[in-house]
Design a protein around this ligand. Sequence first.
Ligand code: ADP
Length: 468
Amino acid sequence: MRSFPIGARLTAWYFGILAVVLSLFSLTAYFAMRNSIYRTVDEELRARMEGVRRLIERTVRYEPDDLRRELREHSELAGNTLLQVADRQGNWLYRSASTDRYEIPRPREASGVPSTLVLNNVPLRVLSTEIQVGDQSYFTQAAAPLDDFYSALHRFVTLLVISIPILLLSAAAGGYWMSRRALAPVDQITQTARSISVQNLSSRLIVPRTGDELQRLSETLNSMLERLEAAFKKIIQFTADASHELRTPVAVMRTRTELSLRKPRSADEYRQTIAQVHSELEKTSDLVERLMLLARADYGVGALQLSTADLGEIVREVCSQGKMLSEAKEIDFREEIPSQPVWVKADAHALRRLFLILIDNAIKYTPKGGRVDVVVGQENGCAIGEVRDTGIGIAPEDLPNVFERFYRADKARSRESGGVGLGLSIGRWIAEAHSGTIEAQSSLGGGSIFKLRLPLVNGESPDLSSAN
Ligand code: ADP
């Protein structure tokens, strides 16, 4: 059943249910009609029997011939009905003319309950009663042929037998046509969906304006296609950017080595080339490592191991590295970390990496003589980690994009300082993996502030709002 199309399955169900309903209806109608016939005939027989009883009561003191004559008149007046009356000894006092034709047998006892007999191929409804008048009792039988009723019943059954299959077949055909019509848009959706592939991901399904499930289905599929297209574009962009970034250092290394191999060189010259290639290799391996981290993050592997940790402690460790970097560049580096712990659920290694990215950027984009501040604290029930600098800042049009992969506000300068535009996108992923947020405030020439917000671990952290 499962392999049949929905239209055929719906029709089969429809056909089955209708067949059961019609059969039940026909059976009920047949028995109701039959019962009604019996009830009418039985009432008729009882009324006739009552008439006979009254007649006997009235005539019993006369001669039997008088009784016979009265009975005949009564029977003829009632339309020559089937009536036979016997005395206690079993002698027939009266038998209407048509009674002989059927030879209705005398039952052993007069039950007073009508029963159905088939005599000479004619169905008869027979009522047998004993009428007691004084010390005399009369065995009386009244009967009515049922053949006319039966043939009406038979005509009704024939009508049902002929009309039910016709009704069922036309209802099933109508049902099938309606289900085909209702499901036609589904076929259309299927065909369009089948034609959509990587090459034409921007195609969309036609949305029927019917306001029903099909419209909702098409709209849902279209929005799914939109998300897929956006994700796919991101992947293509990421792959293109990644190959572009990898091509530059490889080209540099190739040119350097080719130049060096063109003629014999001194040991110093070779050492210099190897040092240059080594520096490019370091950048390349750092790039490959960042790419792999982002790819694994996208794929959902390499999930972080979160445990309760002191944010201050984590940042303090990174600051010692930051101090060394800033000293080399003559930048004033200050940290403002409270002595009381600021408890957060953290992967310490990942958070260290995030702060290293922020501090490294702050030093990278701050000129000699500038200042970098690292602050840890609490704000509105969140743990806060801030890296502020007095550096070159970010233009307002670049600010919304700095967390995008491979985005560099000032491409030439950033590449010179070793950046490929992946640091902040890794940073944002780390923040989000900690259920936190990261935001940037900056203006060109006015320095930058990068602010990380993490959920505090409830009740374990002291009030450090004064730290802000
Ligand atoms: P990169 O590796 O190039 O530094 P990031 O993702 O870390 O890449 O940063 C993206 C861009 O944002 C950088 O290229 C730079 O232009 C800008 N940027 C990041 N941090 C700062 C900062 N502290 N000051 C000025 N510009 C910054």
